[in-house]
Design a protein around this ligand. Structure first.
Ligand SMILES: Nc1ncnc2c1ncn2[C@@H]1O[C@H](COP(=O)(O)OP(=O)(O)OP(=O)(O)O)[C@@H](O)[C@H]1O
Ligand SMILES: [Mg+2]
Length: 574
């Protein structure tokens, strides 16, 4: 609660103004209740004096006007504060999540994350804007009405007020339960979201495996669970009002019995009693609302737990403070041992490798040898268990993540493009690139020709993940994107998927242009790439087993020769 309020603090000015206005509106409501007595005893009394009657009328009009205006502006201001605060909170969660390490994204599903960032924060938004407004309003109304009933008859008031805690007791209990079932309902919503997100983005896989029925069943099951937990929480929430209403009825019956004797003995006028009962009835509404609000606050607290968990989760990759400008000498990997948090043994074991500036090093090895893993340690997607990586003599842990990652351009095994224009996808690493530079990069990536044939050229939207392009075109776009980023170190993870020969030649040509004048670590699956390398490093089960040039290794009778015969030979000298 305190934490949510800390996001409201920057908007405290609006909030205080709103509190003041709500207090004014509450006071006006009390005044209206207070006027019931003179209305009965003066206005509706044939002996009432004219000046008092018209005075009462005037005050009635003024009180309603004041209440309306104060309520309107108070409501506006508190919502403004709440909605602004929640916008900030959502932004903070988004930024935090974006900075999480690879491990976080491996263990948290996208659907769940999206559900949390949208739905949970929405719940907090409702609590901090609408509900906060209502809470303020009803509290002030309740206070001023309480004042009026104590004024009218403190004995009666005391009697009715003792009943309130009895009403509150079971509802407080209920609040705790509601919080629990809200949490459950939110988890179930997240599950539905996750299935939705997965099957929609994987719709091709779903269709090609004909698993629509299976996915429907999975979705139905999750939907059932969500329905059950939603119903549970709706029912828990719905019981709160009738509970209070029933207690209220009991109170009124008690009051009537007491008032009968008071009026008979002349201690009280009918006007006073009417005023009292009407005020009490008026008081019932804010009381009911306040309890309802309490429940909604409980929900928001349940939702905020998850949100704050994301905010508080420490990142395992701690950024350093040194800024590097360029890369001139060498990358030194020293006695590096690494394991994924979930993996049993080490994936890379005591691995040492030096790459000189300007060198092209090809990593080869069987599937699962740890090639992609090694490549992901360079930009610090993970940190090694022992040993380390130095760039120009500085350990990568000491560098700021921003400057480190600026040094490294990557073309990943599977390309991810954004649903945006071709030009914006190319500019992703360097938004300030000029139109000429974008064209130049496209030309060097051998992509210019097909881009110009697209309906709107560089301004064509390429569809989600670039689905409107062919595989080879997507790869050339991602090569052009890396070209434009113009980083001195290049990490290439060659796609293993086979392109047709023509695309293959184009992609190879584009990669050749990309490698020029850079330091390259390339995970090679093709003979032409291996041949271009200055050095080949053969990885097996996380260890380097051979290094050398193609000509040296091809007849050496080791791992490389076996790989060569299995993997590269079909392409022999095309
Ligand atoms: N995120 C991860 N969490 C846990 N284990 C992983 C993760 N990524 C890879 N591994 C494991 O680490 C080992 C090395 O995987 P890696 O992706 O580096 O292989 P690779 O050499 O790139 O293979 P390929 O040629 O098939 O791309 C594998 O045994 C794999 O199961
Ligand atoms: Mg790989």
């Amino acid at each position: 609660m305190k934490r949510i309020l800390s996001y409201v603090r920057p908007y405290a000015g609006w909030l205080f103004a709103s509190v003041f206005l709500m207090a004014l509106a509450g006071g006006a409501q009390g005044l209206i209740a207070y006027l019931i007595k003179p209305i009965f005893d003066q206005v509706l009394n044939p002996q009432g004096t004219d000046s008092v009657v018209s005075g009462v009328m005037l005050v009635v009009v003024a009180a309603f006007l004041l209440r309306g205006v104060a309520d309107y502006f108070g409501n506006y201001l508190v919502n403004r504060a709440g909605i602004s605060a929640v916008t900030d909170l959502r932004q903070a969660v988004f930024e935090r999540v974006l900075r999480q390490d690879a491990q976080f994204f491996e263990t948290t599903s996208t659907g769940r994350l999206m559900s949390s960032i949208m739905n949970d924060i929405d719940k907090i938004q409702v609590a901090t804007s609408h509900i906060l407004a209502d809470w303020l309003r009803q509290t002030f109304v309740a206070v001023s009405l309480l004042f009026v009933i104590f004024q009218t008859s403190w004995k009666l008031a005391l009697f009715s007020v003792t009943v309130i805690p009895i009403v509150m007791l079971p509802t407080a209990q209920l609040g705790r339960r509601i919080r629990r079932s809200t949490r459950k309902a939110q988890d179930d919503t997240a599950e539905v979201n996750q299935i939705l997100q997965e099957t929609l983005s994987g719709h091709q896989v779903v269709k090609s495996f004909g698993s629509e029925v299976m996915e429907s069943a999975r979705f139905r099951e999750a939907g059932r669970r969500l329905r059950r937990s939603n119903l549970k929480y709706v029912m828990q929430q719905a019981i709160a009002s009738p509970l209070i209403e029933f207690m209220g009825a009991l109170t009124i019956v008690g009051l009537l019995i007491y008032a009968r004797s008071e009026i008979r003995t002349g201690v009280m006028t009918t006007g006073e009693f009417t005023s009292f009962v009407v005020t009490l009835l008026l008081l019932y509404e804010p009381m009911k609302r306040l309890v309802g609000i309490h429940n909604i606050f409980q929900q928001a607290l349940g939702a905020s737990q998850k949100v704050f968990e994301y905010l508080d989760r420490p990142t395992t990759v701690e950024p350093g403070r040194v800024t590097v400008k360029g890369f001139t000498r060498e990358i030194a990997i020293e006695h590096l041992t690494f394991r994924y948090p979930t993996s049993e043994g080490p994936v890379l074991t005591d691995l040492s490798l030096r790459v000189k500036a300007g060198e092209i090093v090809a990593l080869v090895g069987p599937s699962g040898a740890g090639k992609s893993t090694l490549a992901s340690l360079l930009p610090r997607f993970y940190d090694p268990e022992s040993g380390g990586i130095e760039i120009d003599g500085v350990n990568v842990r000491e560098l700021t993540l921003e400057s480190l990652r600026k040094l490294i351009g990557t073309v990943a095994q599977d390309t991810f493009l954004f649903n945006d224009t071709v030009a914006n996808n190319l500019r992703y690493g360097r938004p300030e690139a000029s139109e000429g530079e974008v064209r130049e990069a496209a030309r060097n990536a051998l992509a210019l020709e097909f881009i110009e044939e697209l309906p709107q050229g560089f301004e064509t939207m390429i569809g989600e993940r670039g689905t409107r392009l062919s595989g080879g075109q997507r790869q050339r776009i991602s090569i052009a994107r890396a070209l434009l980023k113009n980083a001195p170190i290049l990490v290439l993870d060659e796609a293993t998927s086979h392109l047709d020969t023509e695309s293959e030649v184009l992609v190879q040509g584009a990669l050749g242009n990309l490698m020029q004048g850079r330091t390259v670590i390339v995970i090679a699956h093709r003979l032409s790439t291996v041949r271009r390398a200055d050095r080949i490093v053969v990885l097996e089960k996380g260890r380097i087993v051979e290094t050398g040039r193609h000509e040296e290794l091809v007849g050496a009778g080791g791992m490389y020769q076996r790989l060569y015969e299995l993997q590269f030979s079909e392409g022999v000298d095309s």
